[in-house]
Design a protein around this ligand. Structure first.
Ligand SMILES: NC(=O)c1ccc[n+]([C@@H]2O[C@H](COP(=O)([O-])OP(=O)(O)OC[C@H]3O[C@@H](n4cnc5c(N)ncnc54)[C@H](OP(=O)(O)O)[C@@H]3O)[C@@H](O)[C@H]2O)c1
Length: 257
């Protein structure tokens, strides 16, 4: 049974990926900055998965034999703050072996040069670049030889906008981290994913002021469609489960001219 650890999975795409692995029988650890929230999300996922399994008729989402309904895994919650990398190793003490490690967590930083917020920019840079690396360093000896690591970047890497300087820089750093970590951790596989705007993720919900931004992104996308969390989970599962997927830095955004 696979042990899956998803850093930053109390909501959004990380939570959806946790649900997918749980439905497929994995042991999943979900994390957020607060233990209480992470534990509450673990309990929610357990309840949702029981409902799903009762209704399921057959096919596992990842691997498996295809015979009968998937066996449900287990999920626990853990507190871990990527913006405080010096605390990460202690936070990960309860984690044993890891087969799939996914680094998702971050807080957005819309930070134009006018009134540039140094604290916010520093927090984002530390969270993604140092925090992600600190988690991997702490767990390096606990990654199984067949393990896979997935780092989240984002489309702002290649498609910036006013205020995205730090976000664009840290997402571009993910490209470099995939290169170096896939060498240092071999034979463990390391990949990166760069979603375009994920239309049903929590960030975009209930924000009328961002409707124009989403419409602009959509108009600039070759497919004319924005992705959903399910689309991104599907791409994550490819990068995490395909035995030849290694050192890939994958944009998943519908394409651009
Ligand atoms: N949504 C999009 O349109 C979009 C587009 C491109 C790229 N992305 C990338 O896709 C990933 C998922 O985005 P999302 O919008 O689905 O998720 P999200 O709603 O932004 O959720 C972020 C998760 O990260 C956790 N988190 C935040 N700060 C953290 C920290 N310092 N340490 C540890 N965990 C932390 C949050 O948990 P707590 O609040 O409980 O701590 C939450 O579970 C992100 O890396 C994002 O950059 C998203």
């Amino acid at each position: 049974m696979r042990n899956v650890l998803i850093i930053g999975s109390t909501q959004g795409t990380g939570r959806e990926l946790a649900a997918a692995y749980l439905r497929d029988g994995a042991n999943v650890v979900v994390t957020g900055r607060e233990a209480r929230r992470a534990e509450a999300v673990a309990a929610e996922l357990t309840a949702e998965t029981a409902t799903f399994t009762a209704a399921a008729s057959g096919q596992p989402l990842v691997g498996g034999t295809g015979e009968g309904p998937p066996s449900v895994g287990s999920v626990t919650g853990l507190a871990l703050d990527l913006s405080r990398p010096e605390t990460v190793a202690a936070a990960l003490a309860p984690v044993e072996q890891v087969d799939r490690l996914v680094l998702v967590g971050m807080v957005r930083d819309r930070n134009t040069l006018a009134g540039f917020d140094i604290a916010a920019a520093s927090q984002l840079a530390v969270t993604k670049i140092v925090g992600y690396t600190a988690v991997i360093a702490a767990l390096a000896e606990r990654l199984t030889p067949q393990a896979a690591v997935l780092l989240f970047g984002g489309g702002a890497k290649d498609y910036p906008y006013p205020g995205s300087t730090t976000l664009t820089a840290v997402n571009a750093a993910v490209t470099g981290m995939v290169r170096t970590l896939s060498v240092e951790l071999a034979p463990v596989r390391v990949n990166g994913i760069h979603p375009g705007p994920i239309r049903d993720s929590p960030f975009w919900q209930g924000k009328e002021e961002l409707a124009g931004t989403l419409a602009k992104f959509q108009a600039e996308t070759l497919t004319g469609e924005l992705g959903s969390m399910a689309d991104i989970v599907d791409a994550c599962l490819f990068l995490l489960e395909n035995r030849l997927a290694n050192g890939i830095d994958l944009p998943v955004d519908g394409g651009h001219a």
